[in-house]
Ligand binder design. Structure first.
Ligand code: GMT
Length: 378
């Protein structure tokens, strides 16, 4: 058996796929006996309670009147150096390249000057490459930091390709897909909860996101409006973000507000997914689409756009449909096709679950562990 590791994990603590992946990964590593040190400016959303082998180190921004923008990145690098020295970290895993890969590089070089080795693994999640990283204001720093990483992983083949198309990356990019912890995502029928949202003869469509433009929540409303004209149904929207006020206004203007429920941020997303009949994710970019996979793990078929990693998750015509971005007519036709026949709906549900099983955390975890061991020996 190989040594158990001391692993530092840096991620965004907000409600977002990269933070969820980092947190679920860290918790699973800790269950296997590794010591996991989360380093962030706030406790990550899914790290709710005490767990053996899990430690949390908070980065406090330094207040000073000179700073319009607090230098949190400097504080994060200092905290990593501190934790690495005193907890004897073997490896650092940073999620989302901006600025974490750069901070990983800085921390590694500071530690090198103190004769301490701290290799770092960078996991690319999507917009750190597609939307934000490619912006000229970040480009040279992101490209440099990716190339400086001891190992680089991407959450889908599509993201790996986009990274090569965008940056001159000499490092090998390993594809390690996102995963599901089936101890958490197990569909538990909850008719009482379901009845809070819909009557027995109504279908529940669901969407989970951070309500940014890239998620095209307007299309979720558009698809629902068309479905609702033909099938008794309700729409449940989970999450919050800049687009939410406009979406609330649109649902009133389109006369569907009585059928649409905005729940805001929720911690128990798996309980809510388990009462839904169809998940809708019509994003413009989606390097993986973890929200779709989580829905599938709860036996919920998915209607999504045919971009990025979504086509690597959804099996067309079996677990749902990946349609052209913005084609709400096609999306609603496909939604009605799935929902209007109960036998067909059950087949889609089962296929979605079986597909999600292929992304079981127990199969994905060793890929990350091997990456850490390879770095350590580097
Ligand atoms: O959406 C983002 O801006 C970043 C990130 C996040 O923190 O939510 O999402 C990305 O990472 C997820 C986890 O790997 C993927 O499932 C999402 O597809 C990806 N988002 C985009 O590509 C838009």
């Amino acid at each position: 058996m190989r040594d158990l590791l001391n692993i530092g994990i840096v991620c965004y603590p907000t409600y977002g796929g990269s933070g969820v992946v980092a947190t679920e990964l860290g918790m699973a590593l800790a269950r296997k006996g590794h010591k996991v040190h989360f380093i962030s400016y706030r406790r990550p959303a899914r790290l709710g309670h005490f767990l053996p082998n899990v430690f949390y180190h908070e980065v406090a921004p330094f207040e000073y009147p000179l700073f319009d923008f607090k230098p949190i990145d400097t504080a994060l690098a200092s905290k990593i150096v501190d934790v690495a020295m005193y907890e004897n970290l073997d490896v650092l895993h940073v999620h989302y390249a901006i600025p974490h890969a750069t901070i990983g590089y800085l921390a590694r070089e500071i530690l090198r000057s103190k004769n301490k080795s701290l290799p770092f693994v960078t996991t690319l999640h999507g917009t750190d490459i597609t939307l934000v990283g490619a912006d000229r204001s970040f480009f040279p720093v992101v490209e440099f930091s990716i190339n400086q990483s001891n190992a680089v992983t991407a959450v889908s083949q599509a993201l790996k390709q986009q990274t090569h198309d965008t940056f001159d990356v000499q490092k090998e990019i390993k594809v390690i897909p996102n995963f599901i912890d089936f101890d958490r995502f197990t569909k538990k029928p909850n008719p009482e909860l379901r009845l809070k949202f819909a009557t027995e003869n109504e279908k529940i469509l669901m969407h989970v996101s951070n309500f940014r433009k890239v998620k095209r929540v307007e299309d979720v409303l558009g698809v629902f409006k068309l479905v609702n004209q033909k099938l008794p149904s309700k729409l449940v929207l989970i999450g919050d973000g800049p687009e939410r006020p406009r979406m609330e206004m649109l649902s009133r203007e389109w006369g569907i507000s009585q059928e649409v429920c905005f729940l805001g941020k929720q911690d128990n997303v798996e309980e809510l997914l388990a009462i839904s009949d169809l998940f809708v994710l019509p994003s413009e970019h989606e390097s993986f689409g973890l929200a779709a996979l989580e829905a599938m793990a709860c036996e919920v078929p998915v209607i999504a756009s045919n971009i990025g990693g979504l086509t690597e998750v959804i099996l067309q015509g079996k677990t749902g449909y990946a349609c052209q971005v913005a084609d709400i007519n096609d999306m609603s036709d496909k939604a009605l096709y799935i929902l209007s026949d109960s036998i067909r709906h059950s087949e889609f549900r089962l296929a979605a679950y079986n597909r999600a099983k292929e992304f079981d955390i127990h199969q994905i975890l060793p890929m990350y562990e091997n990456t850490y061991y390879d770095c350590k020996e580097f």
